[in-house]
Design a binder for this molecule. Structure first.
Ligand SMILES: [Zn+2]
Length: 364
């Protein structure tokens, strides 16, 4: 989710009834979520009120959520959704080296710029994340949980992505062999990794996807057991199947067909500036995704589509450009949009005006 190290936050607000009542029409469909990502502090410090700007949902990093923030957001007509870090291992793998992803040389994989993943089959790490989720949902009345960093160790949020082949530690080698019945040959980790990559690459990629789906399935179970009406969202890599040899599935381990069964709302991170693409790319991707996954537009049907577009000035995003991508985020079967970040919007009067204009327009 992050461009860099700062903590971001995501919060969307709308009960099912509220969604239906407050949604506006856009091309024959109802816009359910007029979202904003990040803690609203900078926006509030400027004197803004979320409902004046047409915002009805905020998405906030789970560590930044407080009762006061929820109360004020609700008073301004918003539901609050939590961005929840899943496989972000930074801060954990340093203390628990057994959870550090291992590469095909048998070495600890280096950080991928600012991102450091964790081994998805490490039991202690997984239990710590699930426990954090249970505590979060028990403590706060949230409208949903957006799974972030739900992928194997890699970097896809930077202009120059980094792909690594992991993980070949004992728990992953065991898990792969048990799930597939394949007996991996070799003595050293390097030999075993070579055997897998040379002779069982497809089975290995499929297994890696199944591990990610298993995480999402457990997260969904926890969310629905504690907050039955809460939505399960997913910040998703903005790459089509035919891009870079389907690296989204083959390296990140993201199988859209399988994820569509456990994700209520997909939020592809279509950061056009960051990706070196024109604003129209956002529209094209949203239209592609609307067809690729069987996206639904009714409030009680899933999965739905809610892209996150770029407002953040890295590189500079002009207000007119921001207005364009906000609108393009509502293309296809998308029933909502949010931006990275509300804080970036608050820093720019032009972007504040653009958000107010588009959201109040689609609200009608
Ligand atoms: Zn592993």
């Amino acid at each position: 989710m992050k461009f860099f190290m700062f903590i971001a936050a995501l919060l969307t607000v709308l009960a099912q009834e509220g969604l239906t009542q407050s949604g506006g029409s856009q091309g024959g469909k109802t816009v359910l979520i007029r979202g904003a990502y990040s803690h609203p502090k900078a926006f509030w410090d400027k004197g803004g009120k979320l409902n004046d700007y047409g915002v009805n949902a905020i998405f906030v990093h789970y560590g930044s959520i407080t009762e006061d923030m929820i109360a004020r957001a609700k008073a301004e007509g918003c539901q609050v959704f939590a961005e929840f870090a899943t496989l972000n291992g930074k801060g954990w793998v340093e203390q628990h080296p057994d959870a550090h992803p291992i590469n095909d040389k048998g070495e600890r994989a280096p950080a991928a710029t600012w991102f450091m993943g964790a081994c998805p089959t490490n039991k202690a790490f997984r239990e710590s994340r699930m426990q954090a989720l249970r505590e979060l949902l028990t403590k706060y009345d949230l409208a949903g949980i957006w799974m972030d960093y739900l992928h194997w160790h890699a970097q896809f949020e930077d202009p120059y992505p980094i792909f690594q082949k992991t993980c070949f530690n004992d728990s992953c080698l065991d898990g792969f062999q048990k799930a597939t019945g394949i007996a991996v040959k070799g003595t050293t980790t390097e030999e075993k990794a070579k055997d897998i990559l040379d002779h069982h690459a497809k089975a290995w990629e499929d297994w890696r996807c199944s591990v990610i789906v298993d995480w999402a399935t457990e997260i969904r179970g926890i969310v629905k057991s504690i907050r039955p009406n809460a939505l399960v969202g997913n910040y998703q890599a903005p790459w089509r199947d035919d891009e870079l040899g389907n690296v989204r599935r083959r390296c990140l381990g993201l199988d859209l067909d399988q994820l569509a069964k456990v994700v209520d709302v997909f939020s592809p991170m279509v950061y056009h500036g960051r990706c070196g693409m024109p604003p129209e790319w956002v529209r094209d991707y949203v239209e592609w995704f609307s067809k690729r996954v069987d996206i639904q537009t009714a409030p009680d049907r899933f999965p739905r589509l809610l892209p996150i577009v770029q407002a953040h000035d890295e590189p500079r995003i002009e207000p007119a450009e921001f207005e364009k991508v906000l609108r393009y985020g509502l293309a296809g079967k998308s029933t909502g949009v949010m931006m990275f970040t509300l804080g970036s919007v608050a820093q720019d009067d032009g972007k504040m005006a653009a958000m107010k204009k588009v959201y109040n327009e689609v609200k009608k």
